[in-house]
Design a protein around this ligand. Structure first.
Ligand SMILES: *Cc1c(COP(=O)(O)O)cnc(C)c1O
Length: 812
């Protein structure tokens, strides 16, 4: 829906909020107050629509999706909401007329950094698309008081700073204390037979209050704003007055703090699960609260719980929210008096599961004893689920105890969340075509044999409202000048950009926009980090979480190789390049943090050497986050997507870069495979081992990294440079851990991620790519082709697929 509002109305709206909310005139107000007044005036428009739409969903009896995710990496909301309400230009004009700088107002807002990386950002993109398509959805998660840490670079390494994002208040959230629920932990259970059947009693358990905070999230020209519901933990009792009156303030406070620590902080681990008690509490906390809320709401509106699956469908984003399944069983049996089969019939029709990782260290498992002591009743229910599931498996695999043991939900003292999801959920999906296939043929092969219809792959997407219209306004305007702005609502219209590739003037304008975005990034880096970069050089960007499988280290070795090339042969032609890295490492992931140190040491080396400083520049961008990505991605010429084949489930960064006209250099991994099909192999630079190659080497143990070291002098130089004093670091031993992990392996196998295997092919393809880059006519066509073919990676396409194959929601 368009929101026609005159500039006068907008101005009155902002000034009115300043006056009534803050008691300030424009002259007296701080930038923060002006930001909040803008946000509140925008919020009014959204909330009105939200209230009406939610009422209509009820009146029409429409099914609603509950998207459960431990992470929603939302970023900032203000400008994105202006884009989606089609009010951006009007607001910018008004702010300028008032003598304000729109950018400065935008920067007052703190990123909602409630996620680690791709998984959390996917959930955020999905809310935008679901709303744009007018499909009713509530996203549910935790209102972490501290989001993902902020990263600073100090003395050549990462330093973590906590992210107290709610400090200055949050204008978007609406607390709903009237909808609070209680979540119970610990204690022992007693089963008591009464006249009305089995009753469960708890002894010595304790409860925590879950208070919901709702955020309206509006898509592009939408009638149906989404809801993001974040649960916050609160102690049930106030201060314990017994302690308080005796003057023992510390003891009185302790109980409160123990309860409220549950929603205190987001765990900073990406693609890695550790069985920590507090994390288990977090997962149960938000899933229990959500299931209680759904049941309560359904009873209020419809009465009969047997119709629950007609009105609600639940998507489980990775295994973190799995406990929603046994929790709903518990509510239906223990609180609503249903029998097992009756409850199971309902639950079995409500849940679906998205898998996000093929890494073994990414799969979530819980120690049965820990689980038992924290969630005794849920543990019991899972054990029953397990028994019934193993009976079912016995029919498929009679006598094959090893196989059944590996597929069981509970075995060897561990509870395996992925197995629970597969046992109960209607559909299990991977997040790209390749990943979907790997789930069937490798990760969950035995399950696939028994349940062939459960498994599918649905390729991820990104919202082109945030990643194009918000992040790259000049490119959006250029496209709209030629094909109109209908593509923002209907992603299929993006295909029409293809027709423009024949127009030289369009291609030239396209490159002008790229140059502008490179200048914007240069100015941003100067301002935020005091770093100067040259927009006249090629911008080669590797931006994503730091993980060994994503192979930032391969790129660092390649830069050492280029450095060596130039040092040994000053005549060699090297395209002047700026290598931009952006990556947070989990604070407990020592090797990842050391890779950051290495990148910073390589930067120090090449940026200060008179022989290389004019042609090679290495920059580490601090604090990779949604807001940093919005400035960085539109400025990229080259998108580095160089994960070990078979390890990146999909990637979504690859799609954002492509959409913004960066050319990919990458492996045949995750969604890169489909990107290469969309743009064609002439418009992407693919290198290295395929997933099958890797799989073979893994199976037969034939990979010998030492042989590559022996045979390739360039590679040998790059590796030795890490430890032979070439790098400007205090200790030569600083990087011996990395060196050893590649050549010999310490705890694990040598070079688990096949860097040495892929080094030569990477260097070669990079050289080819640079020769194409020098041909400006060829390059501009290639860059624009990437934007033109990116429609397939719009999250709207992804949501259509989920809806056709899994959810079957009707639009409002
Ligand atoms: C898109 C995005 C990611 C995911 O990037 P990948 O390259 O797919 O790993 C991570 N962090 C942020 C801030 C993002 O916007």
């Amino acid at each position: 829906m368009a929101h026609e509002r005159s500039k006068e109305e907008i101005k009155e709206g902002i000034l009115g909020k300043l006056k009534r909310h803050f008691g300030k005139t424009l002259e007296e107000a701080t930038k923060d107050q002006i930001y909040k007044s803008c946000a509140l005036s925008i919020r009014d428009v959204i909330v009105e629509q939200w209230t009406d739409a939610n009422k209509q969903v009820l009146n029409q009896g429409l099914k609603r999706l509950y998207y459960l995710s431990a992470e929603f990496l939302m970023g900032r909301a203000l400008v994105n909401n202006m884009v989606n309400l089609h009010l951006l230009k009007e607001y910018n004009d008004v702010l300028c007329d008032m003598g304000l700088k729109p950018d400065e107002i935008e920067e007052q807002e703190r990123d909602a950094g409630l996620g680690n990386g791709g998984l959390g950002r996917l959930a955020a993109c999905f809310l935008d698309s679901l709303s744009t398509l007018d499909l009713p959805v509530t996203g549910c998660s935790i209102r972490y008081e501290y989001g993902l840490f902020k990263q600073r670079i100090l003395d050549g390494e990462q330093v973590e700073v906590n992210d107290n994002w709610l400090e200055a208040g949050n204008v978007w959230e609406i607390p709903r204390p009237e909808e609070q629920v209680e979540v119970r932990f610990g204690g022992e259970i007693e089963e008591i037979w009464t006249e009305t059947g089995l009753k469960i009693r708890y002894k010595n358990s304790y409860s925590v209050l879950a208070i919901p905070y709702d955020y309206p999230v509006i898509g592009y020209m939408s009638k149906m704003p989404a809801t993001l519901r974040l649960w916050s933990a609160k102690a049930k009792t106030g201060l314990d007055m017994n302690y308080f009156n005796r003057g023992d303030y510390a003891q009185a406070m302790q109980e409160r703090e123990l309860a409220e620590v549950i929603s205190k902080v987001l765990y900073p681990e990406d693609n890695h699960e550790q069985g920590r008690q507090l994390r288990l509490k977090q997962f149960y906390f938000f899933t229990s609260a959500t299931m209680q809320h759904i049941v309560r709401k359904h009873k209020q509106n419809y009465g009969d719980l047997h119709t629950l699956p007609n009105y609600f469908t639940v998507q489980i984003n990775d295994t973190h929210p799995t406990l929603a399944i046994p929790e709903l069983l518990r509510i239906l049996m223990d609180e609503e008096g249903m029998g097992w089969d009756e409850a199971m019939d309902i639950v079995g029709r409500m849940f679906n599961y998205t898998n996000h990782t093929v890494l073994v260290e990414g799969l979530e498992c819980w120690n049965e004893e820990l689980f038992q002591s924290l969630l005794p009743r849920i543990c019991q229910i899972i054990q029953v689920l397990n028994e019934k599931f193993c009976d079912r498996l016995w029919q498929a695999y009679p006598g094959q105890w090893d196989k059944i043991g590996s597929m069981a939900i509970v075995a060897y003292g561990e509870i395996r969340m992925a197995n629970l999801c597969i046992a109960v959920c209607g559909k299990v999906n991977g997040v790209s075509r390749l990943h979907g296939e790997i789930l069937k043929t490798r990760t969950f092969r035995d399950f696939y044999t028994v349940f062939p219809d459960k498994f599918l792959g649905i390729t991820n997407g990104v919202t082109h409202r945030r990643w194009l219209a918000k992040a790259n306004q000049p490119l959006t305007e250029l496209i709209a000048d030629h094909i109109g702005d209908g593509f923002l609502k209907d992603y299929r219209e993006m295909d029409r950009i293809g027709d423009l590739l024949l127009k030289e003037s369009f291609l030239d304008d396209f490159m002008c926009v790229k140059r502008k975005n490179k200048e914007r990034l240069a100015a941003h880096l100067k301002k935020t980090q005091g770093i100067e970069i040259d927009p006249g050089t090629v911008f080669d960007v590797h931006a994503k979480r730091l993980h060994e499988y994503k192979r930032q280290l391969l790129k660092a070795l390649h830069i050492l190789h280029l450095y060596h090339l130039r040092k040994t042969n000053p005549q060699v032609q090297i395209e002047p390049a700026t290598f931009l890295f952006a990556a947070k490492a989990s604070p407990g992931y020592a090797r990842a943090k050391n890779i950051i140190r290495l990148i910073l040491a390589v930067a120090k080396l090449v940026n200060n050497d008179p022989d290389t400083k004019d042609i090679l520049r290495v920059v580490f961008i601090e604090n990779y986050s949604v807001s940093e990505a919005e400035v960085l991605i539109p400025a990229a010429d080259i998108s580095e997507q160089i994960s070990t084949a078979g390890f990146e489930a999909s990637g979504t960064g690859n799609m954002k870069f492509m959409m913004n006209g960066a050319v990919t250099i990458g492996t045949m991994d995750g969604a890169n495979v489909e990107i290469s099909e969309e743009v064609g192999l002439d418009n992407i630079f693919i290198f290295g081992a395929s997933e099958q190659d890797i799989e073979k080497m893994e199976r037969y143990g034939t990979y010998k990294p030492g042989e590559y070291y022996e045979q390739n002098t360039d590679l040998r130089y790059a590796l030795n440079a890490m430890i032979d004093g070439t790098l400007p670091v205090a200790s030569d031993r600083q990087f011996s851990d990395l060196y050893h992990s590649l050549l010999f392996g310490d705890m694990d196998r040598a070079d688990r991620y096949y860097l040495l295997y892929d080094f030569a092919p990477y260097a070669q393809v990079y050289e080819t790519m640079m020769s194409v880059y020098r041909n400006k006519d060829e390059w501009k066509r290639m860059a624009a082709m990437n934007t033109a073919k990116s429609g397939h990676f719009a999250a709207d396409r992804t949501i259509h697929e989920y809806n056709d194959k899994i959810w079957h929601l009707k639009e409002m």
